[in-house]
Ligand binder design. Structure first.
Ligand code: ADE
Length: 324
């Protein structure tokens, strides 16, 4: 389908934002190869969920006449494939529904030349950058100091290893929701988890997301996050809940190693053989034993031997209720 026809499909639905209601600022929140995210201001109140240490969710609304939002744009050099993917992402986000640990689309602009996806603003940015930036204070198990660079100022949320377990639970909860709706994200990684002002974790970036009405989705080629992929995705391009569980395990390793890149000494081309030989990443120094056991379970060679997200969530819930 051509871009104009895709855009026409979306026009005039309840998601369409009028240009006069949205102001896109110059500050770039993130720059990927396939989209740029800018800070924006949207007229009107938007729902806001806060999560507290006890994992209770509280619904609030932004105050005032306008809300801070994030605006995803196509880069100027985007090719036809990039544009089609962008419109796919838009339509996925409309179907997603609301879940506190999945980023919500607030609206969009489906102009074929300059389409925009407007989502909740997540003040602390992506989990990978957050971990790398706060590695020192997390290692000491102390409250992070105000950021010197001033890009994410004034957070006062203590980030300790136990808080990482809470974030792992929240992401798992979001993935339970996605898999129960047969959505396969295909790019579960710390770079795609966003943190709100209240430290609520949200799964984002649905550029690779697909709907699988059978439990298996097969896709060949395209841009691939090789080191996050399960053996059957690398070899046979298969995607299931169990391949998402593998990627979630890699994300857990990113978290508890405080932002280390996976398998730094292995070339992407060598990954299949490396995994087939039974090699897996070691336990990071600060990683609780119980979390490493979960990672290893997620990296069982055969998908059927890996746990489901429901099982993982139950185990992490138990961990969170243990101890202080
Ligand atoms: N970077 C990418 N998406 C973002 C968002 N929704 N909020 C803040 N920073 C982001």
């Amino acid at each position: 389908m051509d871009i104009k026809a895709m855009a026409d499909q979306f026009k005039n639905d309840k998601w369409e934002i009028k240009g006069k209601d949205l102001l896109v600022h110059d500050d770039c929140l993130g720059n990927g190869a396939f989209a740029c995210v800018f800070r924006g201001t949207l007229k009107g109140k938007i729902p806001l969920f806060k999560v507290y240490a006890s994992l209770q969710l509280v619904l609030e609304h932004t105050t005032g006449e306008t809300s801070e939002v994030a605006v995803k744009k196509l880069p100027a050099h985007a090719n036809h494939e990039g544009r089609v993917d962008f419109f796919h992402e838009m339509s996925f986000m409309k179907r997603l529904g609301y879940h506190p640990h999945v980023i919500s689309m607030l609206g969009c602009v489906s102009n074929p030349i300059d389409p925009l996806i407007v989502v909740e603003y997540c003040k602390h940015g992506d989990l990978l950058r957050f971990l790398r930036k706060n590695k020192g204070s997390i290692l000491k198990d102390e409250t992070p100091k105000e950021s010197k660079e001033n890009d994410y100022p004034d957070y006062e949320v203590p980030m300790k290893i136990k808080d990482l377990v809470s974030i792992a639970w929240q992401v798992c909860d979001g993935l339970c929701y996605l898999s129960s709706h047969k959505f396969i994200h295909r790019d579960v990684a710390a770079r795609n988890i966003l943190l709100t002002k209240g430290m609520c974790a949200k799964i984002s970036d649905f550029g690779l997301c697909r709907y699988a009405d059978s439990s298996l989705y097969t896709a060949k080629g395209g841009r691939l996050p090789i080191k996050w992929m399960a053996p059957e995705s690398l070899k046979f391009y298969e995607y299931t809940e169990k391949t998402e569980v593998w990627s979630y395990g890699i994300m857990l390793h990113e978290m508890f190693s405080l932002g280390e890149a996976p398998y730094p000494s292995v070339q992407p081309m060598e990954m299949i053989q490396y995994l087939e030989e039974g090699n897996r990443m070691r336990q990071p120094v600060k990683c609780p034993n119980e979390m490493y056991i979960l990672m290893k379970g997620a990296w069982e060679f055969k998908g059927e031997d890996r746990p489901t997200f429901d099982e993982l969530r139950a185990k992490i819930s138990m961990l969170l209720n243990l101890g202080d």
